[in-house]
Design a protein around this ligand. Structure first.
Ligand code: HMG
Ligand code: MG
Length: 286
């Protein structure tokens, strides 16, 4: 069994995007730069989305300008459409390793709420973005949200998740992160969902993205490891709780994932002491 697991740190983006209070660019850059020294290879730093929809991410161009890039680290940003792609290009960091992430939903309800369009329309919007990224040799990662449950449509049938992964990979065979957006998945349901998705994409091109709302994220990661996945998204300090529920858990905490993987004898190449310091910094930001 391959024992190397790749961790995608999403705290600066997924963790902070819901924070209602203003967090300065200085503090975000300090967090990203500390994370860069931990051995992480992938750090998602922000989003080029509408500032009306997600005000906290409106400074992503400034972050990209200010981070002190670490060799070997890839800095990722979310890009929902060509407007976001243009903003990414304008930020002009072709001197460092960057990646864009495109995102769709496995459920129509969340697609409408998050992207203001249907799943099919979201795929159509992404086509030119992926084509442009390919021309510029920028790597692309895909996200599929609501892989177990949707806040609007209820439980998501595994076949719907497989359909969404297929639609995305029909555009281009990009790696896909599977988002348990609601954090309500159980290991049994995650396993059933993965069984369907593995008909569309190999385990090596899939990642698990678990929110820890119900405290089952680590169990869901173990179930995903059993199914062959070796990449997971997490947020340092468990950033990402609901702004209206103080103390509620957000994304699964990077430090907790590293603890689990250590116990299981798996390797990540990440320094847990640096992550512990970054987790403290992240918690102090809220
Ligand atoms: P829209 O309103 O349908 O788009 O939004 P539009 O094309 O009609 O544009 C409306 C306005 O937005 C216009 O401005 C555009 O210029 C502007 P106005 O004329 O009203 O002043 N606009 C933009 N501005 C900046 N950057 C852009 C951009 N595009 C349009 N790229 C849109 C469509 C996708 C933009 C909007 O719905 C949006 O920004 N949604 C936010 C999506 C988001 O960031 N969600 C959170 C991330 S996804 C996530 O967290 C899930 C994940 O973690 C996995 C999981 O857990 O499941 C990845
Ligand atoms: Mg998420």
């Amino acid at each position: 069994m391959d024992d190397f697991v790749r961790i995608h740190e999403v705290g600066p983006r997924d963790g902070l995007q819901n924070e209602a209070g203003v967090i300065s660019v200085d503090r975000k850059v300090a967090l990203i730069d500390m994370l860069g020294k931990s051995g992480l290879r992938d750090i998602e730093v922000g989003s080029f989305v509408s500032p009306k929809w997600v005000p906290q991410m409106a400074d992503t161009d400034q972050l990209l300008a200010r981070i002190v890039p670490v060799t070997g680290v890839r800095y990722a940003v979310l890009v929902p459409n060509m407007r976001g792609w243009d903003a990414f290009l304008k930020a002009d960091r072709s001197d460092i390793s960057t990646e864009i992430a495109v995102f769709i939903s496995a459920s129509e309800g969340f697609s409408q709420s998050n992207l203001n369009c249907s799943i099919a329309e979201s795929i159509a919007r992404l086509r030119p973005v992926i084509a442009a990224a390919q021309i510029h040799s920028v790597t692309v990662r895909g996200y599929v949200s609501c892989v177990t449950d949707c806040p609007f449509d209820g439980p998501t049938p595994p076949s719907r998740v497989a359909d969404a992964v297929r639609m995305l990979r029909d555009v281009a065979p990009i790696p896909v992160s599977l988002g348990d957006t609601m954090g309500q998945g159980t290991p049994e349901r995650v396993t059933e969902m993965l069984r369907a998705v593995l008909n569309e994409a190999p385990a090596a091109e899939l990642a698990g993205h678990f929110h820890d709302t119900a405290g089952r994220a680590l169990a869901n990661i173990e179930a995903s490891l059993e199914m062959g996945l070796r990449a997971f998204d997490s947020a340092v300090g468990g950033l990402g709780g609901c702004p209206y529920a103080p103390g509620a858990p957000g994304n699964v905490a990077t430090e907790a994932v590293l603890g689990l993987l250590d116990q299981l004898g798996m390797q990540t190449g990440i320094d847990r002491d640096v992550i512990a310091d970054a987790a403290q910094l992240a918690k102090d930001m809220r």
